[in-house]
Ligand binder design. Structure first.
Ligand SMILES: [Zn+2]
Length: 217
């Protein structure tokens, strides 16, 4: 049996996120959304997060600007500017335990993702760090990504997939992909594969060695 956990990054987007939520609702699927602080400055952005929350989805922090990966961001206040500033906007929305997903490199895992300071911050503030094991490239190929996505699902017991609720990405083919996945017997779950969550509620439970730009304290 293949399990699939869906996640949608880089939103919320006023045009796309509502339609992604509609598609998920029509399939009865609970997913993860990793949002950007820069999109939460408007009442509409915050309302979309509340809608996702109210519809049972899990919402987490994906940085404020999504500009320079934390492992390569030399600003002394990068952690505050990217993680803490976004959390300050999410905290009043009542989203439950804190969750952070790093970004960078088109979904490549590597030492660019986190800095030692970022890891310390995640531990200190009780975050879970949610990675992934599938990036089918919806933003590069809005029509063709489902083929790679289905192949990924069939290649391992539990896939945690990164899609994007932004324009010109997964939305156009999302409903068709979910139908095909169902027809193949793939089961949807909001639970993440443990190997994709190296920090759980501030506790390091996995191997961070390849994911951090310098030595950990
Ligand atoms: Zn991203």
């Amino acid at each position: 049996m293949s399990l699939l956990t869906l996640s949608f990054d880089n939103g919320p987007d006023p045009e796309v996120t509502p339609r992604v939520l509609d598609v998920l609702a029509s399939h009865g699927i609970t997913a993860h959304f990793f949002v950007l602080g820069k999109h939460l400055g408007t009442a509409e952005g915050r309302r979309l997060v509340e809608r996702a929350r109210d519809e049972g989805h899990l919402v987490g922090n994906h940085s404020f600007t999504h500009a320079v990966p934390l492992g390569e961001d030399v600003r002394p206040d990068a952690v505050e500017a990217e993680i803490a500033a976004t959390e300050a906007l999410l905290a009043p929305l009542g989203l439950g335990p804190k969750r952070f997903r790093p970004f960078g490199g088109g979904g490549r895992l590597g030492p660019h993702l986190l800095s030692p300071r970022a890891v310390e911050h995640l531990k200190e503030h009780g975050y879970s760090c949610i990675l992934w094991n599938s990036v089918p490239g919806d933003w590069l190929d809005p029509e063709g990504w489902p083929e790679r996505a289905l192949a990924d699902c069939m290649s391992r017991p539990h896939t945690l997939m990164v899609l994007h609720d932004i324009p010109k990405a997964c939305l156009q083919e999302l409903d068709g992909f979910l139908r095909r996945a169902r027809d193949l017997g793939i089961q949807f779950t909001p639970r993440c594969p443990p190997e994709c969550v190296p920090i759980v509620d501030g506790r390091v439970t996995g191997d961070l060695s390849g994911l951090v730009s310098g030595p950990l304290g």
